[in-house]
Design a protein around this ligand. Structure first.
Ligand SMILES: Cc1cc2nc3c(=O)[nH]c(=O)nc-3n(C[C@H](O)[C@H](O)[C@H](O)COP(=O)(O)OP(=O)(O)OC[C@H]3O[C@@H](n4cnc5c(N)ncnc54)[C@H](O)[C@@H]3O)c2cc1C
Length: 417
């Protein structure tokens, strides 16, 4: 079934009776060439690109809940390529280019909206850091514009420019950044993978990883044993637990991150805006809700819900930056489990077990990585070679100390970046 404007019109006129489910609901087979553990954004995009780019279609995605029920359906939908360090820079640049063609590629409306991301700065030191970052972005081939205070005022006049404690000095504007509808991204990749023959198996939790003579042989699941030539672990906040099934101890801590949405309002916030002096960022959804969040809750946890001190911090930072939002009523808040790596950058790598691959360490920024992560991980799983955009995400950098990509310059502290 292809989507098109004509199809929508036709279905609208004929009672919407012609739509079909977006993917099949197959029973697991006893054996696959590739098993992907985790039906989040990264697992689904990996399966899609395995089939699309490498012709590997005897693939199963095993998801313990429902597709897209994890972080891919819980994030604040921000897409950007504004990294400064080699390693990250080329990878997120690659991802943004994939985002820009994603709707055509998937024939699915992921509501990609390049409304621009504005990072505010509030001191001379911060301006220098953002100028350096902006130059790195431009050198990478992406876009960045350094705005002074008046430039920011023209773009976002509703900020509190008279705040004496945290005056707005300017901002780094990234016009090609923006937002995309998170669930639709998962659904689009799922549909695309299914159409190419991938089995998407929901309610199927992996409980063990079978290894013989140093080689992966398959997985144990709540729906029986499944043999596999290759297995990819793509489970975000559960990475340490699933890797432990293969005897691995990962340098990953799981932390909760919360987000919030208000009642629907008329259009007021046209861009994604981030505060430079507290953890707060905001955008407005197409339904009108103000979608915002801040920092992680600062302690390791597997609970997908947060605590009040983090809520208070986010609300205070929001009120400091744009007091007008104090009038909006918060409708919902929720949490997701972040796979925090020591340097804040991801891992896309082989493991010491032959045929077992690892994709994790996405911290609070893995949604924008969904296309490139799947693209590069599928390349690695299919060819056993690193994709040129993802050569730096090696697991052994945490053992050797060589190649650490510490974007925030905070050192090896999981909750500081
Ligand atoms: C509140 C919040 C805001 C965020 N905002 C942004 C943002 O604005 N921009 C951005 O780029 N990123 C953002 N992120 C981060 C981003 O959502 C994550 O980094 C990314 O979604 C993680 O990858 P994923 O989609 O594959 O994870 P998930 O969707 O969590 O997928 C992992 C899947 O693995 C499954 N699984 C776990 N264990 C097993 C098992 N044993 N067997 C089978 N399946 C298993 C889980 O059920 C889950 O569905 C945010 C996250 C949160 C929580």
């Amino acid at each position: 079934m292809r989507f098109s404007g004509l199809r929508v019109l036709w279905e609208g006129l004929t009672g919407n009776r012609g739509w079909e489910p977006h993917w099949r609901d197959p029973a697991p087979k006893s054996e696959y060439d590739v098993v992907i553990i985790g039906g989040g954004g990264h697992g689904l995009s990996t399966a899609y690109y395995l089939a699309r780019e490498h012709g590997i279609t005897n693939v199963a995605v095993l998801e313990k809940g429902y597709l897209g029920g994890g972080n891919v359906g819980r994030n604040t939908t921000i897409v950007r390529a504004n990294y400064g360090l080699p390693g990250n820079s080329e990878f997120y640049s690659h991802s943004l280019k994939l985002w820009e063609g994603l709707e055509q590629e998937l024939n699915y409306n992921v509501m990609m909206s390049q409304r621009g991301v504005l990072n505010l700065f509030h001191s001379d030191g911060q301006r220098d850091a953002f100028a350096r970052r902006g130059n790195a972005m431009v050198n990478q081939g992406d876009d960045a514009i350094l705005l002074d205070r008046e430039g920011v005022r023209r773009l976002v006049p509703y900020l509190d420019f008279d705040n004496a404690r945290f005056p707005v000095h300017g901002g780094l504007f990234h016009p090609r950044g923006g937002t995309a509808r998170h669930d639709a991204v998962a659904w689009g990749y799922a549909r695309g993978a299914d159409r190419r023959g991938v089995d998407l198996i929901q309610n199927c939790e992996v409980t063990g990883i079978d290894i013989e003579n140093g080689r992966v042989r398959g997985v144990q699941t709540t729906r029986g044993a499944i043999r596999a030539g290759k297995v990819g672990i793509v489970v975000a906040g559960r990475s340490s637990q699933v890797a432990a099934m293969a005897g691995m101890r990962l340098p990953i801590e799981s932390h909760v991150l919360q987000a919030f949405v208000t009642e629907g309002l008329k259009p007021v916030i046209d861009h994604v805006v981030t505060f430079g002096m507290g953890h707060f960022y905001i955008s407005q959804s197409d339904k009108g809700g103000l979608v915002f969040g801040g920092d992680i809750d600062m302690y390791a946890s597997y609970a997908a819900r947060g605590n009040l001190p983090a809520v208070e911090h986010v609300m205070e930072a929001g009120m400091t930056l744009m007091p007008m939002i104090g009038k909006a009523r918060v409708l919902r808040s929720w949490g997701g489990i972040m796979d925090m790596s020591p340097d804040g950058s991801p891992i896309i790598d082989r493991t010491d077990v032959e045929g077992l691959y690892l994709n994790c360490g996405w911290n609070y920024g893995g949604f924008k990585a969904v296309p490139a992560s799947g693209h590069c991980f599928a390349h690695l799983m299919a060819t056993d070679r690193y994709h040129e955009a993802a050569t730096g995400f090696r697991l052994d950098r945490f053992r050797t100390g060589y190649g650490i990509i510490d974007e925030e310059g905070t050192g090896a502290q999981h909750n500081l970046h």
